[in-house]
Design a protein around this ligand. Structure first.
Ligand code: OXD
Ligand code: MN
Length: 613
């Protein structure tokens, strides 16, 4: 049995937990301290429940497979709510609910919902312990799988109480699978409730999540805290909470550069964050693969921390070719969810090997063969693994000050129209590129896969307030930086990162990707970093700036000069239509859309008009 631990120094924390227990009525309350032994005990409990299946220790030591309920496999955006005082504040991008009545509704839903189960209390820190940018949270959950996953994904430690004391507060994260047990009843292996709520109360720094045990619906530190609630606080406090990877690139001269990238879910952030350099003298290291908290430094530069301490990555498509660093990282100490199981007790997913093993158990637990006509792993199957397992993690991932960012990528999954890379002409133009981003939908959220939707800065599902106000906040950054540093706006502009739009996903007539992607993306990253450092040339296009077409470093065995021309081409008729679509999208935000973005759209239209071919 887990020890009921720590001396809870913070009276507010203690009384909140008491209140939750009074409402939810668990049979026992256990505080976690982040220790290895407690983690192992959580795992043992989850194995005992049948939630986790131990993998063959000869193949994958200390690793487990979880099979979720078939209806609980992804983030549920239509069951995710933002409860700001007014609907206008939440914006058309969020499902708004009036906070008081929603809170009452949820208190009702949570009433006695943990009966017969243990409530785990998880004190955690987001960001390096002691960093001025870190924040603390307390999550309660009645799912040992969720508690174990949170132990991997966040810094669970008694130090959270010091952070709470220092920062005067913490995020309150309520989580229940919503499946109380009657006396003597045993639990399902994946308890859940068909009625799901993931409700955010930014004013009270509170999340209440009920019914789902999966990913972002349940690991509340991730999307709920580090993006939705954090983006809301960030606007008021003058910083940015972004759905961005952070990567470190060291050039052959030993200069260190840091870059962030905003990409929608399942668009290769983890692969880009873990690229292995194949270019002589260049080194790539990982800082984070999903979330960046970005603050203006005293020097006027933007400094980023990764608030997480683990990776919750999409498994399908991850292979020794696409992400060798991840494959090594997953060799042990990993929780897999909804992958297939091999006959010898290991995991498999589509793309891991060219040929599937002939004999598998699929993610639902049914026998599978290559003729089954359905995927063996769920397309949103995941791995959960600690940052410390990544051999290429940069030591400064844990630096309290964060890392200074010199370039930012914004990119979606577009089969055509959006070129391989496009450099913005100014900070404001970069914000326009982020605000007008779009991408074909993936399996990371419920909804039809493949449909192109606008996903500004990859934050559509994660921004805790009106996206139009969020764009305005991005536009304010130069002024915020000038006010903080005493530099002029012009001086600040020299310090801010350059913003680049990228698209790795253009296809030819046969539907094949034209750009090889993966490790080759490093060439684009290098061009962007060299542009930021002022050491690479560029040509103008109606969209912005691009590498010269004879850019030898981008051409390789796989990419001919003519491919490169296709990849970098600007199709003016398509872009005129794209401008119309952007305009229609902006209109859905009414008067809130910053005038500056209207001016950027107008400027795009006039550049296109001057280049009719
Ligand atoms: C994620 C997501 O899990 O974006 O990171 O869906
Ligand atoms: Mn994500």
């Amino acid at each position: 049995m887990l020890a009921n631990s720590p001396s809870v120094k913070d009276a507010t924390a203690k009384s909140w937990v008491d209140e939750v227990a009074r409402i939810t009525k668990p049979r026992e309350v256990i505080w976690l301290d982040g220790s290895k032994s407690q983690y192992q005990e959580l795992i043992d409990v989850a194995v005992g429940m049948g939630t986790l299946i131990p993998l063959n220790p000869q193949k994958r030591p200390r690793s487990y497979l979880a099979r979720s309920h078939p209806r609980d496999v992804a983030r549920m955006e239509d069951r995710t709510f933002v409860c700001t005082p007014t609907e206008a504040e939440a914006g058309p991008n969020n499902n708004w609910r009036e906070p008081k009545s929603m809170r009452e509704k949820l208190l009702d839903v949570f009433s006695e919902c943990m009966q017969g189960r243990v409530m785990y209390v998880i004190p955690f820190v987001m960001g390096p312990v002691g960093s001025p940018f870190s924040r603390a949270g307390l999550q309660v959950t009645d799912a040992p799988y969720v508690a174990a996953s949170m132990t991997i994904m966040t810094r669970v430690a008694p130090a959270a109480f010091d952070e709470i004391a220092a920062k005067h507060g913490f995020v309150r994260a309520w989580h229940s699978v919503g499946a109380p047990l009657a006396e003597g009843e045993t639990s399902d292996s994946w308890p859940h409730n068909d009625s799901v709520y993931v409700a955010h109360f930014p004013q009270e720094s509170t999340v209440m999540s009920f019914g789902s045990g999966y990913g972002g619906n349940a690991l509340l530190a991730k999307k709920c805290f580090a993006l939705r609630l954090a983006s809301y606080s960030a606007r008021a406090e003058g910083w940015l909470a972004e759905h961005m990877l952070i990567v470190k690139v060291t050039d052959p001269e030993g200069n260190e550069h840091y870059l962030t990238g905003a990409f929608p879910s399942a668009c290769g952030k983890t692969n880009l964050a873990m690229m292995r350099s194949h270019l002589p003298g260049w080194q790539v290291q990982t800082i984070g693969d999903d979330i960046a908290w970005i603050h203006v430094g005293d020097d006027g530069r933007l400094w980023a921390i990764n608030p997480e301490s683990g990776f919750f990555g999409v498994a399908p498509g991850t292979s020794p070719k696409t992400n060798p660093v991840a494959i090594e990282m997953l060799a042990s100490d990993t929780i897999f969810t909804n992958t297939a199981l091999t006959a010898d007790g290991d995991v498999w997913w589509e793309g891991l090997t060219d040929e599937p093993p002939s004999d598998l158990i699929d993610w639902r637990g049914a026998a599978w063969s290559p003729d089954s006509g359905r995927p063996a792993a769920h397309p949103n199957a995941r791995f959960t693994v600690a940052t410390s397992r990544c051999s290429e993690i940069a030591p400064e991932w844990n630096s309290p000050a964060g890392v200074p960012i010199s370039a930012m990528l914004v990119g979606g999954r577009r089969p055509d129209t959006v070129p391989l890379v496009n450099e913005s002409l100014s900070w404001e133009h970069g914000v326009f590129l982020g605000a007008s981003m779009s991408s074909a939908q993936t399996a990371a959220a419920e909804g039809e896969v493949g449909v192109v939707r606008r996903d500004p800065f990859a934050m559509l599902p994660f921004c805790g307030y009106d996206l139009a106000q969020y764009w305005q906040h991005w536009l304010e950054i130069p002024r915020i930086a000038a006010a903080k540093t005493g530099l002029s706006i012009e001086e600040v502009r020299q310090q801010l990162p350059k913003i680049f739009q990228v698209n790795w996903f253009q296809v030819d007539e046969e539907g094949r990707f034209i750009w090889p992607g993966f490790a080759e993306n490093l060439k684009i990253v290098i061009w962007a970093l060299q542009r930021a450092a002022g050491s690479a040339s560029a040509d103008s296009t109606p969209l912005g700036l691009r590498p010269p077409l004879d850019e030898a470093s981008l051409v390789s065995g796989e990419v001919s000069t003519s491919d490169l021309e296709t990849l970098l081409a600007v199709d003016v008729p398509k872009w005129s239509l794209e401008a119309d679509r952007i305009s229609e999208y902006f209109e859905t935000f009414g008067n809130e859309v910053p005038a500056e973005l209207g001016a950027q759209l107008q400027a795009l239209r006039s550049r296109l008009a001057k280049n009719p071919t």
